[in-house]
Design a protein around this ligand. Sequence first.
Ligand code: CP
Length: 304
Amino acid sequence: MSFLDIEGHDRTDLEATLDLADEFIEVLRRPIPRVPALQGKTIAHIFYEASTRTRLSFERAAKALSADVMNFAPSGSSVSKGESLKDTVLTLRAMGPDLMVVRHGAAGAPHRVAAWTGLPVINAGDGAHQHPTQALADSLTIRTRFGKLDGLRVGIIGDIRHSRVARSNVAAFTALGAEVVLVAPRTLLPVSSAEWPVTMSESLDEIIEDLDVVYLLRIQVERGGACVFPSLTEYVSRFGLTSRRFSAMNPEAVVMHPGPMNRGIEIADSIADDERALVLDQVSNGVAVRMAVLFRLLGGDRNG
Ligand code: CP
C-alpha cells in the first residue's frame, strides 16, 4: 500500500492517522525521542526537487522510529549521465529498501515509481498535483489549535493554480468538516471549481473577517506563477497579509503557511513571527504525521 494522495482516504482513515500522530508527538517529547517500531526497515528518500522541511522531517521521522535511511538527490548522481527515473529507482530498489519517499517535479511520478518498483511509496510532492503529508501536518495543526476542523472556515490565499499543497489541503480540510474558500487573482485560481468542494473569491478584504484560518501560499515562480499578474506590488496590495489585514482578522483566527515563506510578499515580516502564525507548529507536526504514515504503511509494531 502507498500514500500518494488525500482523495483515496476517507475521514475515518485520515483521523486515524492524526490520532496516531498525536501519540508520536508524545514520543518526540521524551528525553530519548525514539521507539524501535520500524527497527530493521530501510526507507529510501528520493528527492528530485529541492526541499528543506519535507526531506528532513521524513528523515527525522524514520530515525525516531529506528528505521535506516538512504538519501538520494539527482545532484552528484548518475542522473547527470542521463540515467532515467525508472532506472534510478530500480537501481535503488536493488539495494533493498522497504519503502520509497518520492518528490518529483512531474505530476504522477510517485505513482509510476510505485508501479515500477512494487514498493510502498509516499508522495512527498509531485509537480502541481499533490502533497498529502503536508495536508496531514496542516490538518493536525488546525485540530490541535481548535480541537476539530468541523465548521471552521479556512481561506487558502495565493497561487492556488500551481499549488500541490492547495489540492491536498482542500481534500483533507473538507473531508474533516471544514469549509474552504480559495482567494486569488482570477489567473491564479483553478480554471474551474466544478471538481473542487470550495467557494472562490477575488477579494481578500471582503472575507478576511470571517476566516478562522488564513492559509497563505507563495507564488510558485518555478511553475510560472509570477507571469500571470501585473506586478508584485499590486499582488501585495490585493492579496498580501499586511498588518492592516491582520488587524481585521478575528482575534481567535490563526495564520498558516507551508513554507518557504516570501516575507514582505504574501506575508508581512512581523506577522510571520507573530504567535498566531503557526508556521513552525506545521513543521513540528510534519515529523509526527510522517512517523504515523511510515508506521501505518510498514506495519510497525504498536507494542514496540
Ligand atoms: N512545505 C514544503 O514542502 O516545504 P519544503 O519544500 O521545504 O519541503
